[in-house]
Design a protein around this ligand. Structure first.
Ligand code: NAI
Length: 396
C-alpha cells in the first residue's frame, strides 16, 4: 500500500509507519543529548502512552537517563486490509523495538483505560514484568468520551464556555481554512459530563486499584497533565468546561497526595505548555493562539515540544531535587516559558492582527501543520512516501 495523508477536518485518518518510527527516533536523539534524568523511576506505568505527552514521557524516562521499563495503556486503531493503523499504534510498535534494543522492557496494552478490565490486566502485567510494584504512574489519557465502568452510560465531554458565548476560529487542517466558530454556553449537565471524562475520577480509580493490589512501591509518585494558559485563552479553556475538569484534576492530585504519603510518595498535576497534539487541535478557538505562540516562541528561541517539556519535567521538577517545586496551589509549572510576560505581550499583539486572510504567514501556520503531519508520520524529508509499505506485517 502507498500511504498518503488523509485528513478530515482536524482528524488524521491515515498514518505512516516509517514516519512514526522517524518521529520517535527524533525524540530519542533529543533526550540522549539533553541533561539526563537523575535518580529517576525504574518501573513506570503510563496511561495514554502512545502519543503526545504520554509518549514523550515514555521516551524521556526510558532513554533520557532514568533507564526505566514501562507499561503503557492506549486506545488506538489497529490496521486492516484497506486502512492504516492510527499513529499511536505504530508509535507503540516502534517504541517497543527501540526500548528492547536498549535493553529495556516496554509493554503495550491496548484497550479502554477507563474500564475495570484493563485495570486488572495492568495489575497482572505489573506482577509479571515489574515484580509487583510501580515507581511512577503517569496519567495522560485524553478522550472525548468515557464509558461508566459501573453502568451502560457513556459520558461525553463538551468543549464550551461556562458564562457567556464565545466566538473564535478553528484552523481546519484538511483544507487550510480559518473557520469561524460560535460556541454556546454549556449546560450544567455538559459541564458535569466533561468533568467525568477529563477530571480526576478515573485517575483516582487507578491509584485506588493499584493501592488495593499492593502495587505501589515506596516513594511512588503520580502525575497528570493540566493546562491553564494566558487570559486570552481563558474564555474557551480555563473558564470553560475544560477548565472545570482541570480544576477537578488539581483537587484530585491533593487527595491522591495524601494517599501516596503513606508510601513516602506524592501526587502532582503538572501544568504544561500548549502544543499541537491529536487532542489539542480539536479545541475550537485554540489554534489561532497556537500559531501565534509558536511564532513568538520560535523567534525568541524558547519554543519546546512535548519531548522537551517532559525531559525538563523529570530533570528539574519530579526527580533529582529534595522537594518537588510547586506553586501556591501545589501545581508543578512547566508552562513558565509560555507565560513569560514578554512572550505573552507579543502573542497578544499578533493575535490582534490575525485573520482569515493572513493567518498562514502572520502566524506559524506552517509549523503548526508540519507538526500535525509529523504526529501522523508524514512530512519527514528523509522518507520516500512513494514506496509501497507492507501493511500485512502490522496486521499480523
Ligand atoms: P494525545 O491525544 O496526544 O494522547 C492521548 C493519549 O490517550 C493517547 O495515548 C491515546 O491512545 C490515549 N487514550 C485516549 N482514550 C483512551 C482510552 N479510553 N483508554 C486508553 N487510552 C486512551 O493527547 P495529549 O495532548 O498528549 O494530552 C494528554 C494530557 O495532557 C491531557 O490531559 C491534556 O489535557 C493534557 N495537556 C495537553 C496540552 C496540549 O496542548 N496538548 C497542554 C497541557 C495539558
Amino acid at each position: 500500500m502507498i500511504i498518503e495523508p488523509v485528513i478530515h477536518g482536524v482528524v488524521a485518518r491515515s498514518a505512516h509507519p516509517l514516519g512514526c518510527q522517524q518521529a520517535i527516533l527524533n525524540q530519542i536523539n533529543y533526550v540522549k543529548s539533553a541533561q539526563p534524568i537523575k535518580h529517576g523511576p525504574k518501573r513506570v506505568l503510563i496511561l495514554g502512552g502512545s502519543s503526545g505527552f504520554g509518549l514523550a514521557s515514555r521516551i524521556a524516562l526510558t532513554l533520557g537517563g532514568a533507564e526505566a521499563d514501562t507499561i503503557s495503556v492506549s486506545y488506538e486503531k489497529a490496521p486492516c486490509a484497506d486502512r492504516t493503523a492510527s499513529a499511536g499504534f505504530y508509535n507503540d510498535y516502534y517504541f517497543q523495538q527501540f526500548a528492547n534494543q536498549h535493553g529495556r522492557q516496554a509493554i503495550n496494552i491496548h484497550g479502554d483505560a477507563f474500564s475495570d478490565q484493563i485495570k486488572t490486566e495492568v495489575i497482572e502485567a505489573i506482577e509479571t514484568y515489574f515484580e509487583g510494584e510501580v515507581d511512577l504512574i503517569i496519567y495522560s489519557v485524553a478522550s472525548g468520551i468515557r464509558p461508566d465502568p459501573e453502568s451502560d452510560k457513556i459520558w461525553r465531554s463538551s468543549i464550551k464556555p461556562m458564562t457567556e458565548p464565545v466566538s473564535g476560529a478553528t484552523l481546519v487542517l484538511e483544507n487550510d481554512h480559518w473557520q469561524q466558530a460560535h460556541l454556546a454556553v454549556a449546560s450544567e449537565q455538559e459541564a458535569l459530563e466533561t468533568i467525568k471524562v477529563m477530571g480526576g475520577e478515573d485517575w483516582e480509580r487507578w491509584i485506588d486499584a493499584l493501592i488495593n493490589a499492593e502495587s505501589i512501591a515506596t516513594g511512588c509518585k503520580t502525575v497528570a497533565f493540566s493546562y491553564i494558559g494566558p487570559e486570552i485563552t481563558h474564555p474557551i479553556y480555563l473558564d470553560g468546561t475544560l477548565g472545570r475538569a482541570k480544576v477537578d484534576l488539581h483537587q484530585t492530585s491533593h487527595s491522591l497526595n495524601l494517599k501516596l504519603a503513606n508510601f513516602d510518595g506524592g501526587a502532582y498535576a503538572s501544568v504544561c505548555k500548549a502544543l499541537v497534539t491529536k487532542a489539542s487541535v480539536f479545541i475550537p478557538g485554540l489554534s489561532p493562539y497556537l500559531i501565534a505562540l509558536y511564532k513568538v516562541m520560535k523567534q525568541q528561541g524558547t519554543h519546546e515540544g512535548c519531548i522537551e517539556q517532559m525531559q525538563r519535567l523529570f530533570t528539574t521538577k519530579l526527580y533529582g531535587q529534595d522537594k518537588v517545586p510547586v506553586d501556591g496551589e501545589r501545581l508543578i509549572r512547566i508552562d513558565d516559558l509560555e507565560l513569560e510576560t514578554s512572550t505573552q505581550l507579543k502573542v497578544a499583539q499578533l493575535m490582534e492582527s490575525l485573520n482569515a486572510d493572513n493567518f498562514r504567514h502572520v502566524g506559524d501556520y506552517n509549523g503548526f501543520k508540519q507538526e500535525f503531519l509529523n504526529l501522523n508520520g508524514f512530512g519527514f524529508e528523509n522518507i520516500d512516501y512513494s514506496q509501497e509499505i507492507d501493511t500485512d506485517m502490522f496486521i499480523k
